[in-house]
Every structure is written in structure tokens, then in C-alpha cells.
Design a protein around this ligand. Structure first.
Ligand code: HEC
Length: 331
């Protein structure tokens, strides 16, 4: 595959044009000489609205890997990021934007943003969060009102607020006041009255589906990023209240959040769920799993925080918290 070829070249930190200069007579050179033609036809196909969308995305994905064609790729991908494209097409278009690494990507996302559905918005946000300059641009877009702050849930806000880069962190602190200056203890205090309310497990299930399933399983439902919450059915309400409102008060072993910086500039945030000799498996807050080659990781750091975000109560009333606790205690 030509795309794998580009990736291999990128890892060697050279370009196919450089390789072409140094390899004149071998098989590789033949391959290299065919690239300009193939890129030109990818540009033609990608820009042709009569071609199937999947073919156009693949063509753009290829163009996105080459300096001279990156801007063309962005144009094609933006045109595909419209509500009429299927979720699969949109997902691969966003992923291809991510691969391009182009400075203009945050702007492209902002342009198509109004037409993106809730799931695609999260996919797009995660691409932006994955590179430091884009994360900074994202904060700027929120500041300018092009992307609403509510589009970012507690977990994604937390990633910006605790970002490894000082400038991202500072910019984020200006626009998101994480629960204002309220310390967690105050929040726990404020929601304590929930313990005296009668909870309704079925309404609690709705809250759970809204705020918790991305990370927790209960029975068959949900992702297993955090512990399966079947394990807390016997926990007293008081303990559950604190687990939900102050996740960092006690972190279950193995669930500390890490961020891995990759050599291509991408940053992965999640828990390290497995480690082998030459790779590391990370589970991200959206339930996705990524296997990272150690050789491609430039830095790995732990913020000593739970992957479970603070501030989940922002989407809950005390009654809803009481319902949620009831739901968690129901076998
Ligand atoms: C972004 C992922 C994420 C989200 C969203 C999330 N959690 Fe968690 N949760 C975790 C992780 C990771 C842990 C384990 C680390 C820890 O104990 O903080 C955890 C731990 C817990 C625990 C303690 C489990 C134990 O064994 O003691 C409870 C209870 C819990 N979560 C409830 C919830 C509820 C209820 C929600 C929704 C309101 C929620 N969580 C949302 C990731 C998440």
C-alpha cells in the first residue's frame, strides 16, 4: 500500500523526494518514480464528486501524507465532512485530517463543525486534542465562540486544563473554570443532601448512560476503560458519592491516567492497560484501545490523576445523583 510506504518514509524522517535523489537504479527507485503520477491521479479522483465517497477519502488520505498535496487533501476532506456522508466516511475523513498534521486542520474542523453530529464531534475533538498546536488552537476556537465550551465534556476539558504544555494549560484555564474555585471537598458537601433523597434506579440508568458508559460497564453495557461497576453494588451511598464527585481521592490501582507523546507529534491520553517488550497498550477515555510501539513513543508521563474526570456533577442535579447511586446499588 502506498499509504504504508509514506508512513515508513515518515518514520525514517526523510521524504520520498530525497530518497528519489539517492536511489537511482533499483526497484525502490522505480516505485518512487511512479509516485508523482499516482498522487496526481489521487488528486483528480479525490476532487471528483462523481466518485464513490470511500474512494475519495482514500485518495485524500494519500494526498494528506505529502507536503505538496496536503492543502488539496484538506479541501477534499472538508467537502466530505457533511451530514450526508455516512458515519464511516466522516470518521475516516476526520482520521485522515489527523494524519495530515496540517496547521489548518483546526480551522477546517471549525468550518464543518455546525454540520457534525455528536459522535463525529467527539472524534474531531480527540484529533485536535492529540497534537499540542491543535489543542491550543482548539482553546482559541472555544474562546472565539466557534466551538461551544459545552461540546467538551469533563474529561476533555480536564485534558486541556492539565495539559503537558504550559501555554495550552494557561489558555484553557482562562476559558474553563473547572468548577470555579470550588475544591472537591466543597462539591462533596454541596451534593451531600442527595444522600437523603429517595433515588429511582431507572432514572439513574439514564444518567449513567449519559455520563458514565463511555468508561464503565454495568452488565453488558458500556466500555471497560474504568472498573466494571457491578463491583460496587454493595458500596454504601456515602462511598459512592465520594467516588463519583472526587475520583482522585482514591484511585484504583492500574487506573492512573498517562499521556504518551508520539514521535509524529500525536498525544494519546488514557490508561496503560498492558505492557509488552516492544509495545504498550493504552485505553482511551472514549473506550478505544491503541497499541503503541515503544520505539515511536518520545515521552510518557503520568499526571498522577484518575482517568475518571472531576466535574461530572456539572451535568447532574442532587436528585439525579441520588438516582444514579440507587442505580449503582441495584444488583
Ligand atoms: C473518562 C472515564 C470515566 C468516566 C466518564 C467515569 N469514570 Fe468512573 N472511573 C474511571 C476510572 C479510570 C476509575 C478507576 C480509577 C479511580 O478509582 O478513580 C473509575 C472509578 C469509579 C468508581 C470507583 C470504583 C471502585 O471500584 O471503587 C466509581 C463508583 C465510578 N467510577 C463511578 C462513575 C460514575 C457513576 C460515572 C458517571 C457519572 C463515572 N464513573 C464516569 C473512569 C471514568
Amino acid at each position: 500500500m502506498l499509504s504504508e510506504f509514506f508512513d515508513t518514509v515518515a518514520r525514517k524522517t526523510t521524504s520520498w523526494r530525497e530518497l528519489l535523489k539517492t536511489n537511482e537504479a533499483d526497484v525502490l527507485a522505480e516505485r518512487l518514480r511512479s509516485i508523482p503520477d499516482r498522487l496526481a491521479s489521487a488528486k483528480r479522483i479525490g476532487g471528483d464528486s462523481n466518485q464513490p465517497e470511500a474512494v475519495r477519502v482514500a485518495a485524500a488520505g494519500l494526498l494528506a501524507r505529502d507536503d505538496s498535496f496536503r492543502a488539496d487533501a484538506l479541501k477534499i476532506l472538508a467537502a466530505l465532512l457533511v451530514p450526508k456522508s455516512s458515519a464511516d466516511i466522516q470518521r475516516s475523513a476526520i482520521r485522515a485530517l489527523g494524519v495530515s498534521g496540517h496547521v489548518e486542520v483546526p480551522n477546517v474542523i471549525a468550518e464543518v463543525w455546525p454540520g457534525l453530529g455528536p459522535e463525529m464531534r467527539l472524534v474531531a475533538l480527540d484529533e485536535l486534542l492529540g497534537r499540542e498546536p491543535w489543542a491550543l488552537a482548539l482553546v482559541g476556537l472555544v474562546e472565539q465562540g466557534r466551538i461551544s465550551p459545552n461540546a467538551l465534556d469533563a474529561s476533555r476539558r480536564g485534558r486541556l486544563l492539565r495539559h503537558g504544555s504550559g501555554r495550552v494549560k494557561q489558555a484553557a484555564a482562562k476559558i474553563f473554570s473547572e468548577g470555579g474555585t470550588t475544591s472537591r471537598a466543597e462539591v462533596v458537601q454541596r451534593f451531600r443532601p442527595a444522600l437523603a433523597l429517595a433515588g429511582d434506579a431507572s432514572r439513574g440508568g439514564i444518567v449513567f448512560n449519559k455520563l458514565c458508559v463511555t468508561c464503565h460497564k454495568r452488565g453488558e453495557q458500556g466500555n471497560d476503560v474504568g472498573p466494571n461497576l457491578q463491583s460496587v453494588v454493595n458500596h454504601p451511598a456515602e462511598k459512592l458519592l465520594v467516588s463519583i464527585l472526587d475520583p482522585n481521592a482514591s484511585i484504583e490501582p492500574g487506573y492512573t491516567a498517562y499521556s504518551a507523546q508520539l514521535s509524529d507529534g500525536e498525544e494519546i491520553y488514557g490508561i496503560v492497560s498492558a505492557e509488552t517488550g516492544n509495545s504498550l497498550v493504552m485505553k482511551q477515555a472514549d473506550g478505544k484501545t491503541r497499541t503503541l510501539l515503544r520505539s515511536g513513543i518520545t515521552a510518557l508521563r503520568s499526571a498522577n490523576l484518575s482517568l475518571m474526570p472531576e466535574g461530572l456533577e456539572a451535568g447532574m442535579s442532587p436528585q439525579e445523583l441520588a438516582d444514579l447511586i440507587r442505580f449503582l446499588q441495584t444488583p
